[in-house]
Design a protein around this ligand. Structure first.
Ligand SMILES: [Zn+2]
Length: 254
């Protein structure tokens, strides 16, 4: 697609949102669904695939309950490495654009698959972190949750004496039921426009959301590098780096 065609699509999406805002004013409810693509602009590797390789282990070998039972020290070393990388990076213009939209009263929720906390660091407060947060730990014995402020040099221990685990959803684990119910409710009852940003729509059950949105007559606007399975249901697909396309879009609609 040429640059000019891309501009045209962005303009068409902007003018449709403007029409909706004129009709609904501040009651227009926009929800963002974000994935690893939005953090790419901050230099965060996806940790899946080859850029997630660490000491010759890949994420599938480390981000599982089995790996943690087998060798929790190794798993924590890997998380400490990841936390260190994340702390050395900053939120990018796409994260900040969503904060601006929130400040205008137009953004109801950010549903994110990312565990990197960059939305929070940018200033987003209405967050649903469906895969957890890499800075939060939880105790499997007493349920205590605590936040890390730096990469731990050794596995953190709970006050009750049990080794804490990262409060993230591992391969083979199901998503938190309460969060899933909340996400479902947001899409069905609190959303007129869904912005899908930097997520290819392959990780279930979150991959279903754009389809659920479409069934509920919600306008779906996609911001991805390239075509994805979401493209077929999106009303508009704006291709390019989200740290470039999303701020442009948001500045034009607020
Ligand atoms: Zn405990």
């Amino acid at each position: 697609m040429s640059k000019m065609e891309e501009e045209k699509i962005l303009d068409a999406a902007v003018s449709l949102i403007k029409k909706l805002t004129e009709k609904k004013g501040e009651t227009l409810k926009i929800v963002a669904l974000t994935g690893s693509g939005i953090s790419k602009g901050s230099g965060i590797p996806t940790f899946r695939g080859k850029d997630g390789l660490w000491k010759n282990y890949n994420a599938m070998e480390l981000a599982t309950p089995q790996a943690f039972r087998r060798d929790p020290i190794l798993v924590w070393e890997w998380y400490a490495w990841r936390i260190g990388i994340i702390l050395s990076k900053d939120p990018n213009p796409a994260h900040y654009a969503l904060v601006k939209l929130q400040e205008k009263g137009l953004l109801e929720w950010v549903i994110t698959q990312n565990v990197d906390s960059l939305h929070f660091r940018a200033g987003s407060t209405n967050l649903l972190e469906v895969h957890g947060n890499i800075f939060r730990t939880k105790c499997m014995s007493c349920g205590q949750k605590t936040m890390l402020i730096e990469a731990p040099s050794k596995p953190p221990i709970c006050d009750c004496g049990t080794m804490l685990r990262p409060d993230v959803v591992w391969f083979g684990e199901t998503l938190d039921r309460e969060i899933l119910l909340k996400v479902d409710d947001v899409i069905r009852n609190n959303c007129d426009v869904l912005l899908v940003i930097g997520t290819s729509g392959v990780v279930y059950p979150i991959a279903d959301l754009p389809f659920l949105a479409k069934m509920n007559n919600i306008l779906v606007i996609e911001f991805n590098i390239d075509e994805t399975p979401i493209t077929q249901v999106a009303d508009f697909s704006i291709f390019g780096k989200s740290e470039e396309t999303l701020p442009k879009f948001i500045e034009n609609i607020i």
